[in-house]
Design a protein. Structure first.
Length: 475
C-alpha cells in the first residue's frame, strides 16, 4: 500500500536540503608556471630590498668586509676585523653594562631566535594545539621578534586572525616544556599581538637576606622581596588588606616579617602601629616588643580584634563629613592588624562564640578599615571556603606554595593558573617564593620574600622595640 501522505516529506538525498540552500564552491584553476615564477622573483626582490632595514648592522658589517676585500684583497677584511675586535675588547672592559645591552644580549637574542624558537616553533605549536587549520591549510602564529634580558627571553608573536591570547594562556605549560624553559608567561601587547616570556633560569633560586631597613616607610610600596625580573617586590599595605596563603613551611612568616621590617622607621616615629595576633605563639612572639598590642590565645585575640573595630569606628565617626581619606600621623597612626594563621580564629577554635566574634570583627575591619587607616595582613594555610569564607574581603593576595592546583584561582582569582600562576608547582625547597598580582600586570608575577632570620628580628626589636609605642600598651 502506498503511504505517500503519512509522516514527513521525503526528499531525495542528492538534492540540497532547504536549510542548506544552494552551495557555491570555488572552481579549481591551475596557476600557470610563469605566475608562480614571477611571485618567487617578487618575494626575492622584496627580501633583498628590505634586508638593510631589517638587519642594518649585519648588512653594514658584511658590506664593509666585502668592500675591504674588493679594494685591498685579504689584508682589507683582516685589518677591519682586527680593529673591530680591539674596539670590542676596549668597550667590553671599559663599559661592561652597555656592552652587555648592545652586544651580548643582542647576539644571544639572535642565537635564541634562530636555534631555539624558530627551529622548534612549528613542532611545538602544532603538538600543543596552537596551529590553526582553515580550508585544509595550516596557519601558525608568527614570531615578530625575540629579545633577551638578563634573565628571560621575550618572544613577540602575531596571532592568527580569529584566535585569542587565551589560547596561549591555557597552554603555558606545553610552551614552557616545549622550549625547555622553567615557565612561560603571556603578556598581551595589543590586538593580535602578544609577548611570550620564557625565563632562562630561576632567578629566585637563592634565598634573599633581609632587606635593608629603608630611611622612610612608603606604606603603599614597602620593599619585601624581589620579583623574578630582578626588580623589588613592593607590597602595598595602606588602603588595602593582604592575605598570604601557603602550606606549612611555605614562608608566610617571611612575608609578614619583611613587611614589618620595611615599616620600622614609621613604627619608630609612631605613625604606624602593628597589632599582632599570634595563636600559634611561634611566629610573632619573637618580636613582641615591636607591636603596640599582642595576643596569643583565642579569647585575647578576639578581644583585640574587637578593640581594633571599636577604634576604627571611632575614627570613622570623627572623619565623617570632614575627611575622606586617612593620612598616617601620630594622632591617627596607620594600624596594621597582623594575624598569623587566621583560620585558627575563624574555623579551628573549639569555642563557637570565639569563631563567630572573630569572623565578624575581621569582616568589619576588612570591609570598613581601608579608608580610615586600618589594614589586615593575615596568613592562612588552607584557602578553601569552608575554612576561610572571608578571603574575598582581602583585595591583595599572595599565593605561596599551595597544595592543589585548584587553590591557585581561589587565591589569585579566576584564570590566574592559566596565566602561569603555578603556585601549586613551587618547589618545597623554595620557601618564600610566591605569585602575586601586580597592578601593572594582569598575569601573576613570581616573587620571593626576603628571609628575616631570628637574629634579624632580635636586632630589629633592640633597635626599634621601645621607641615604637612608648605611649601605647602591650596587651
Ligand atoms: N623567604 C625565605 N627565604 C628562605 N627561606 C625561608 C624563607 N621563608 C622561610 N624560610 C625557611 O622556611 C622555614 C619555614 O618558614 P615559615 O615558618 O615562615 O613558614 P610558614 O609558612 O609560616 O609555616 P607555618 O604555617 O608552619 O608557620 C623557615 O624556618 C626558614 O628556614
Amino acid at each position: 500500500m502506498p503511504q505517500s501522505k503519512v509522516g514527513s516529506a521525503q526528499t531525495s538525498p542528492t538534492l540540497p536540503t532547504p536549510a542548506h540552500g544552494v552551495r557555491w564552491t570555488t572552481p579549481i584553476v591551475e596557476t600557470p608556471g610563469i605566475v608562480v615564477l614571477g611571485s618567487w622573483i617578487w618575494r626575492l626582490v622584496r627580501f633583498l630590498v628590505t634586508l638593510p632595514f631589517r638587519f642594518p648592522v649585519t648588512v653594514a658589517c658584511l658590506s664593509a668586509s666585502a668592500g675591504a676585500w674588493w679594494w685591498f684583497d685579504w689584508p682589507g677584511p683582516a685589518s677591519l676585523w682586527g680593529l673591530a675586535a680591539v674596539v670590542s675588547l676596549v668597550w667590553w672592559r671599559a663599559w661592561p653594562d652597555t656592552y652587555r645591552t648592545w652586544v651580548t644580549l643582542r647576539l644571544l637574542a639572535w642565537w635564541r631566535h634562530v636555534f631555539v624558537y624558530r627551529r622548534h616553533w612549528q613542532p611545538v605549536l602544532v603538538i600543543s594545539g596552537l596551529a590553526e587549520s582553515y580550508q585544509e591549510r595550516r596557519y601558525l602564529p608568527r614570531i615578530r621578534r625575540v629579545t633577551c634580558s638578563e634573565w628571560a627571553d621575550y618572544v613577540r608573536v602575531t596571532l592568527v586572525a580569529g584566535t585569542a591570547p587565551a589560547d596561549f594562556e591555557t597552554r603555558v605549560a606545553e610552551l614552557a616544556h616545549g622550549f625547555q624553559a622553567p615557565s612561560c608567561r603571556v603578556v598581551v601587547d595589543g590586538p593580535r599581538r602578544i609577548t611570550l616570556e620564557f625565563p632562562r633560569h630561576d632567578t629566585l633560586a637563592e634565598p634573599l637576606d633581609a632587606l635593608d631597613v629603608p630611611d622612610t616607610a612608603d606604606l603603599t610600596a614597602l620593599p619585601v622581596g624581589r620579583c623574578e625580573d630582578g626588580s623589588p617586590w613592593l607590597l602595598r599595605l595602606h588602603g588595602t588588606h593582604v592575605l598570604a596563603a601557603g602550606v606549612t613551611g611555605s614562608g608566610k612568616g617571611s612575608v609578614i616579617w619583611s613587611a614589618v621590617r620595611a615599616m620600622l622607621p614609621a613604627i619608630a616615629d609612631r605613625t604606624v602601629q602593628v597589632w599582632a595576633l599570634d595563636p600559634k605563639r611561634m611566629e610573632l612572639s619573637y618580636g613582641r616588643d615591636l607591636f603596640a598590642h599582642y595576643a596569643d590565645d583565642g579569647e585575647s585575640a578576639v578581644a583585640l580584634l574587637e578593640l581594633a573595630v571599636a577604634d576604627m569606628q571611632n575614627r570613622a565617626r570623627r572623619y565623617a563629613g570632614k575627611q575622606r581619606s586617612h593620612v598616617p600621623g601620630r594622632k591617627d597612626p596607620f594600624v596594621l592588624v597582623v594575624i598569623d594563621e587566621v583560620a585558627f580564629l575563624t574555623a579551628y577554635h573549639p569555642d563557637r562564640d570565639v569563631r563567630r566574634r572573630a569572623e565578624n570583627a575581621i569582616a568589619t575591619l576588612t570591609s570598613q578599615g581601608r579608608s580610615v587607616g586600618f589594614s589586615v595582613l593575615a596568613a592562612l594555610q588552607d584557602p578553601r571556603k569552608e575554612v576561610m569564607n572571608l578571603r574575598n574581603l582581602f583585595p591583595d593576595k599572595v599565593a605561596l606554595r599551595l597544595d592543589e592546583a585548584s587553590q591557585v584561582d581561589m587565591i589569585l582569582g579566576e584564570g590566574a593558573r592559566d596565566r602561569g600562576g603555578n603556585a601549586h608547582l613551587i618547589h618545597p625547597t623554595l620557601p618564600g617564593v610566591a605569585y602575586v598580582r601586580m597592578e601593572t600586570s594582569p598575569a601573576p608575577v613570581r616573587v620571593r620574600a626576603a628571609y628575616v632570620s631570628d637574629d634579624d628580628i632580635t636586632a630589629m626589636t633592640n633597635a626599634y622595640g621601645s621607641a615604637s609605642f612608648s605611649g601605647g600598651e602591650s596587651s
